[in-house]
Design a binder for this molecule. Structure first.
Ligand code: AGP
Length: 592
């Protein structure tokens, strides 16, 4: 969702640096953007709706700049609503991630006292609250910081704010909920909502905790507690990825790159993640009850984890969609373990769920791709996904990584870690073959045939049920073809009414205990004129198309996600959509 980048340093091209950093944040999803610099003690702004694209900075030289990519929540996608927002005196330029729950209460007295509002956003209210606080704060090097803290204390909701003061050339920021990271560069200090914006400058960072504020000046950044106002010693961490890992490396887009990175990700997990899986297995084994949660693709991985742990280790865990988990929390007690899955580690529904669970005494284990993220730091035990940066809005390689970690954990629980590693390597080999050969071309031909259809149905049973949901999600979010995944057994209970001659239905039919029943269901839709696409080790008379996937036991689930990824990708291209940035979606969903 929204992105923030601020720079205070020696380079006079602060505007260019901010714009380049905002481009690194594009993958998060946004609909307008803006940059402010301090020039001659004035705020100079460049704001626009739409994508940054080839835009260049059209701002005067300055060593201080602050920028933002906005994903609209309050107020439409318009130029005045884009951030930064400037106060009445033209001294402050402010950017914001989150939602100010009490913005109406704050705005009315400000309007009465003469503040002029130029946008429909909740954010602009903060700018004027801060302007009022600045008038109350004593002059001096900490004036901006004190005013920022005073303003931030008045906000309700989960927010991150950053404000540039043209009079002092400082940037102050504070956060609760939304992420903020300080980057320690050579002669420059930066502030970003996501560390991919910092990688051109530094890998040395400090993650702000909720309730912390920072004052960024040239070559320094001082940390403070919002509640007490006391100064804190910053903890420095090293980002585990470099810029090269975020480049396209010759691929046409990130979706293709990340689909092709799955074999390497799986081999990395098999080679290095056993001790993490063993520790997670021990926690699961000791817990009184275990809940596995996530949203979207991570939720599908969590549901797959429920099946994997049951089948491989005979262990019962309960799956819940993270946003629904609050309604099940009566069963969470001291002795419960919540295993939260998330690529970004910033998904607000996941963060809220684990906060509430901890409040009830549960321990939290997190399986996360972004080390240092909010979830990563919150968890009692964090397991890295080891997938490297995922920049396409669609999760692909991190889905494979989550399944692999959960599978390895299940095998560790069953004291068969070696078998688990072998399974993951087999899955890596099979995905490599699938992506390199005729099967990819076959999926392209299928996409050609169905690209003008309105619907796609996907069915699977048992461990393939979460795969059916995931396949449908991949197709619909990138191609905008309506796709629905169903438990195979549910067809006759209503869904079959939707089947019309020619409707494509993708059938996941691995050689396991679901095989005969899922094919029986497939025959029923075939009898009503469906076009069947079978994903299975062997062909079947009912299949119009057969995508062969080797029988790899439980690891088949990892491979069976790939046809849906590739199908979604080709459908997106055929229908003229950017596979990396589907409309309305954001890579990390930080608002409710
Ligand atoms: C994946 O393709 C989706 N765009 C989305 O469902 C995603 O998986 C979900 O928002 C959860 O994100 P997280 O893994 O960062 O928590």
């Amino acid at each position: 969702m929204c992105g923030i980048f601020g720079y205070v340093g020696t380079d006079l091209d602060a505007a260019g640096l901010v714009l380049r950093a905002l481009k690194q944040l594009e993958y998060r999803g946004y609909d307008s953007w803006g940059v402010a610099v301090a020039h001659d003690r004035r705020v100079v702004l460049q704001k626009q709706t739409g994508k940054i694209g080839e835009a260049t900075a059209a701002l005067p030289p300055s060593t201080v700049g602050l920028g933002h990519t906005r994903w609209a929540t309050h107020g439409g996608v318009t130029q005045p609503n884009a951030h930064p927002h400037v106060d009445c005196a033209g001294r402050l330029a402010l950017v914001h991630n989150g939602i100010v729950a009490n913005y109406r209460e704050l705005r009315d007295p400000l309007t009465r006292s003469g503040h002029r509002f130029r946008s429909d956003t909740d954010t602009e209210v903060i700018t004027h609250v801060l302007e009022a606080c600045l008038a109350q704060a004593p002059d001096g090097p900490e004036q901006l910081l004190k005013a920022t803290i005073a303003a931030f204390r008045q906000l309700k909701g989960l927010n991150a704010i950053a404000v540039l003061d043209v009079r002092t050339g400082q940037i102050a920021a504070a956060k609760s909920g939304s992420p903020l990271i300080v980057g320690w560069g050579e002669g420059a200090t930066m502030l970003a909502s996501d560390y991919s914006a910092l990688l051109d400058h530094t890998r040395r960072v400090t993650f702000l905790d909720d309730g912390q504020a920072v004052l960024v000046t040239r070559g320094s950044g001082r940390l403070f507690d919002v509640e007490t106002g006391c100064e804190l010693a910053p903890e420095i961490a090293e980002i585990p990825w470099d810029r090269a890992a975020t480049e396209l490396a010759g691929y046409p887009d990130y979706m293709t790159k990340e689909i092709h990175e799955q074999p390497a990700t799986l081999r990395r997990i098999a080679a290095t993640s056993r001790h993490h899986a063993r520790q997670l297995a021990a926690l699961i084994g000791q817990a009184r009850d275990v809940f596995v949660i996530g949203c979207g693709t991570a939720g599908h991985a969590a549901l797959a984890g429920q099946y994997l742990l049951a089948r491989i280790a005979g262990h019962r865990v309960t799956f819940a969609t993270a946003s629904e988990f609050q309604y099940l929390q009566d069963f969470v007690t001291r002795g419960s373990l919540v295993v939260a899955l998330s690529q970004s580690g910033e998904t607000i529904d996941v963060i809220d769920a684990v906060r509430a669970a901890r409040g009830r005494g549960a321990s939290i284990a997190a399986v996360v791709n972004v080390e240092g993220s909010t979830l990563w730091r919150f968890a009692d035990h964090a397991v890295p996904l080891m997938a490297g940066p995922e920049r396409c809005v669609l999760s692909t390689k991190t889905f494979a990584a989550k399944l692999a970690i959960l599978m390895l954990t299940a095998y560790e629980l069953a004291r068969q870690g070696d078998v688990g590693c072998a399974c993951i390597i087999n899955a890596a080999d099979e995905i490599e073959r699938l992506l390199a050969g005729d099967r990819r071309d076959l999926i392209r031909r299928i996409a050609d045939e169905i690209s003008t259809r309105d619907h796609l149905f996907v069915i699977g049973r048992g461990p393939s049920y979460p795969l059916a949901l995931e396949t449908a999600l991949k197709v619909k979010e990138v191609s905008y073809v309506h796709a629905e995944g169903f438990a195979g057994g549910e067809l006759k209970h209503g869904v079959i009414a939707l089947i019309e001659p020619g409707t494509p239905c993708l059938v996941l039919a691995p050689r396991d205990e679901t095989h005969d029943d899922i094919l029986a269901g497939a025959m029923q839709v075939k009898a009503r004129g469906d076009m069947l696409i079978g994903v299975s080790p062997e062909p079947h008379e009912a299949f119009d198309y057969h995508i062969a996937v080797a029988d790899l036991g439980p690891a088949t689930a990892i491979v069976n996600a790939v046809p849906g990824q590739v199908l979604g990708y080709y459908l997106a291209l055929l229908r003229g959509h950017d596979p990396d940035k589907p409309r309305n979606l954001a890579k990390s969903v930080t608002v409710k």
